[in-house]
Design a protein around this ligand. Structure first.
Ligand SMILES: [Zn+2]
Length: 365
């Protein structure tokens, strides 16, 4: 991965290259932003730049021995950690082949698409304690061929409390060791980890840069590309979704549920809950997160205007909901969904969680 393969973000690319030139690189950095803004590709390009044998002022050379290994994500001094379901192994290295394949297919990777590629949509991924110990073991060894050894830890928000065993390491890593933590949900991250890192905030992609990319990649006419770039709010993954006009798989079930709640049809909503509970915990979490996104969209629709990142069916749904809701009601439903995620993660009974939510949401309407 090179910087030139990352869409937009020239300001951050510059920040990273000058950091490398100065030789003063913080040993633990938190690259924070949406997947569609490019937090992972940026971290990969930064790692590639640091490992490149003859980088220029703007980018890695792309042809040296190190860069060639980076293209297949097989550089021996770049280690990866990422969430995965416990059924597939104990440590990340077991899944390196799938991981490399996923990155080569598209480094704009998000959690859902990674789990889909592992055929584990309905399982919960996490970064287990065995992996934390493997990180410590790996980084305690000398670098193979480069000045630095780098750990790219993707989605540290999936570290449980076990992540605390890494703290001492984050604070005082072995010489020439760099941590790049690539995170999308800082609120879910252990605060002990946040406080030990330097923050690199990745903003949405500049709309003009994104539009140019959409034109170059998909051959969209400039005007149309500009519209999609704007609607996506500078998020490449959302823009791709909008261009291909695919509805989220959660839209229909969520719309159905809200309708039952609105009509106070507890019988139907209980039948619905029965059915949906069979789809597994990860699916439910996805559905609730989607519901939260929708509520957020209802709340800010007026403010955002066309820049809403919604495709036509979602927009119609959000507008309809908006007509039924006051800010207080929106906040009420938002809080119900948010609290339920906590319950779902803690293995609460799904059917009971839904019955409780349906009751509360009906009452809120
Ligand atoms: Zn190179």
């Amino acid at each position: 991965m090179q910087f030139k393969q990352v869409v937009g973000q020239s300001h951050l690319k510059q920040k990273m290259t000058s950091m490398a030139a100065s030789g003063r690189i913080p040993h633990a950095q938190l690259v924070l932003g949406e997947s569609g803004a490019g937090n992972l590709p940026l971290a990969l390009a930064f790692a590639g730049y640091l490992l490149c044998k003859s980088p220029n002022a703007e980018d890695s050379c792309g042809v040296c021995d190190s860069c060639r290994k980076m293209q297949s994500f097989t550089h021996p001094d770049l280690h990866f950690s990422f969430p995965f379901p416990s059924t597939l192994g104990d440590v990340c290295i077991d899944l390196y082949p799938q991981w490399r394949k996923a990155l080569q297919a598209d480094a704009y990777l998000n959690y859902e698409s990674w789990m889909r590629q592992l055929s584990s949509e309905n399982k919960q991924g996490n970064i287990p304690i065995d992996e934390c110990h493997a990180i410590i073991r790996t980084l305690s060894m000398k670098a193979y061929e480069s000045r630095y050894k780098i750990l790219l830890l993707w989605l540290p928000e999936y570290l449980g409390k076990e992540g605390n065993v890494l703290l001492k390491f984050l604070e005082e890593p072995p010489p020439d060791t760099l941590f790049l933590l690539v995170c999308s949900h800082p609120d879910k991250l252990l605060s002990t980890i946040v406080s030990r890192t330097q923050l690199i905030r990745v903003p949405p992609i500049d709309e003009q840069d994104l539009a140019l990319h959409l034109t170059a990649q998909m051959g969209l006419p400039a005007e149309e590309a500009a519209r999609f770039a704007m609607m996506s709010g500078g998020d490449l993954l959302k823009a791709n979704e909008l261009v291909s006009n695919t509805d989220s798989p959660y839209l229909e079930p969520f719309r159905q549920w809200m309708l039952y709640c609105y009509k106070k049809n507890l019988h139907q909503s209980s039948k619905w809950a029965e059915e949906i509970s069979g789809k597994g915990r990860e699916y439910i979490k996805g559905l609730l997160l989607y519901g939260i996104e929708i509520m957020r969209a209802v709340a800010v629709m007026e403010h955002l205007g066309e820049r809403n990142g919604l495709n036509p069916n979602e927009k119609e749904f959000v507008m309809k909901l908006g007509k039924l809701m006051t800010t207080k009601k929106i906040t009420g439903i938002f809080e119900v969904l948010d609290a339920a995620i906590y319950e779902v993660e803690r293995n609460g009974n799904l059917k009971m969680i839904f019955t409780d939510m349906s009751f509360k949401i009906s009452k809120t309407f």
